[in-house]
Design a protein around this ligand. Structure first.
Ligand code: HEM
Length: 308
């Protein structure tokens, strides 16, 4: 129990007794899971439980979920640029060379030394690791709550359930990771530079490796669009699971939300793939020395070099 005391404010000198212990009223607070404390025991406005940082007395789950939430806001900034450059602009201009100009124009905004960590790298790391940490934290809470003592007890207590949105998030990691590696990390590793990478590099890949490209981009865009849309629905309180239990038409409302979120996800996927596959994917190979650089990149990729 000693570790639990850290949630309490430091004792003022006059509050401690003769042997440094403070007498407190019996209270069930310690038996309540930390993350539910606020709901069951709302503290009065001038409560002494406010931490010295003024952050309030919330449990780790509260902060982890906020990290998970706000990091996805930052990533959405990048995702908006990305869908504009790789789908909407190609759809409007109907030309890959023309769209490349916009891509190169906006690149400095999200690929600078300051913005790339802020809107891509750090949000992604924070979003994924806070989700994993939240899962382990909830697992530990469940073991404590059910009083697991032996290895067998632990095995009988289930892990926190994996929502569909979370499962899509995990599926997205290897796909987005591979995409990031082929377009951002590998060119820098091989050529020391990323500046010749453009939509034409992707078109070249579609022409030389049609199967991997069509299947890979379709899966990644689909999984991503469904994760983003369901994710945003949850943050905005529109997920079917967030319908009020006492709502009289709750079954109907839940059903409607489920269809609406899936319809939006399908629309986002269609829009992204229309520009990504329909315009960029069909532009063919690049010639000249840039084309040779692209070839060299694709041929040097482990596995991809051999897959078509
Ligand atoms: C617009 C951007 C994004 C939004 C709005 C978003 C939203 C969410 C939400 C709401 C959850 C929690 C799901 C739940 O508790 O049921 C979640 C979990 C997750 N997200 Fe995202 N996300 C975004 C981008 C990404 C990206 C780009 C990746 C990976 C490349 C990713 C990977 C994950 C993973 C692995 C989890 C599972 C964590 C867990 O519950 O164990 N997310 N996301």
């Amino acid at each position: 129990m000693a570790g639990e005391q850290s949630d309490l404010p430091p004792l003022a000198d006059n509050e401690s007794g003769v042997i440094g212990l403070m007498e407190v009223e019996p209270s069930p607070v310690e038996e309540t899971p930390v993350e539910f404390k606020g709901d069951y025991f709302p503290s009065p406005p001038s409560s002494t439980t406010t931490s010295t940082l003024g952050l309030g007395n919330h449990g780790p789950a509260y902060y982890l979920q906020r990290v998970q939430k706000y990091s996805s806001y930052a990533f959405t900034v990048f995702a908006s640029f990305h869908i504009a450059n790789t789908s909407i602009i190609p759809l409007i201009t109907r030309s890959v060379p023309e769209s490349n100009r916009y891509l190169l124009l906006t690149r400095p905004y999200y690929q600078s030394a300051l913005t790339e960590p802020l809107v891509v790298a750090l949000p992604l790391i924070a979003h994924i690791s806070s989700g994993i940490a939240l899962r382990f934290y909830r697992r530990r809470q469940a073991l404590k709550r059910y009083g697991a003592e032996t290895h067998r007890d632990r095995k009988t207590i289930p892990w926190p359930s994996l929502s569909g949105t979370s499962a899509l998030g995990y599926a997205l990691i290897p796909m987005a990771g591979f995409h990031l590696w082929t377009t951002r990390i590998f060119p820098v590793y091989l050529h020391g530079d990323n500046s010749m990478i453009s939509l034409s590099y992707i078109s070249h890949g579609f022409a030389s490796h049609p199967f991997v490209s069509f299947a890979g981009f379709t899966a990644m865009v689909g999984v991503g669009a469904w994760h983003f849309t369901w994710g945003w629905a949850k943050w905005l309180g529109f997920a079917p699971s967030q319908v009020n239990e006492i709502e009289s038409k709750r079954h109907l409302i839940r059903k409607r939300r489920w269809y609406a979120i899936n319809a939006l996800s399908a629309m986002l996927t269609t829009l992204w793939l229309a520009g990504g596959l329909g315009i960029v994917g069909r532009d063919g190979k690049t010639g000249g020395w840039i084309g040779r650089e692209f070839e060299e990149l694709y041929n040097s990729m482990p596995l991809i070099g051999r897959w078509r």
